[in-house]
Design a protein around this ligand. Sequence first.
Ligand code: FES
Length: 166
Amino acid sequence: MKHLIPELEALKRRLPPHQDGVLVLPALRRIQEDRGFIADEDIDGLVEWLGIPRIQVEEVLSFYSMLRRAPVGAWHLQVCHNVSCSMHGAERLLAHLEERLGIACGETTADGRFTLSTVECLGACGGAPVVRVNEAYREALSVEAVDALLEELAGAAPPDTPGGWV
Ligand code: FES
């Protein structure tokens, strides 16, 4: 993340004094946008740059499910499996995705195009069941809609950063 410090310093200069802790989230977002995930060395660099305890970075990392600690495929499919989505068939969608992609939850396809995982409530319960595709939500999905989604993604250009915006 060291090459990002000049850019992050510019952001820091816009803050009131002694507010460096609020930079953790935007810095992590920028690091992930750059690398595709947040590595141990990024956390070390952030702790050193901000002069804050490591736990302050770990707290943010563990809270926000859009932040990744490991590489993902071009398309990261996160199936919400909390109550509303579960009651509307999330497990059926997950099983269908595992079958269609030929991988188990938590895995990436051999061609690096898809990673499948579950996620806690995405805050879109009214649209259950919800699957987050990289940074976008797909709501009220059926098995048929998931098939259409996979067809759409198969024909789409992958994002510049795996799991990122298109
Ligand atoms: S339970 Fe899935 S979005 Fe809330």
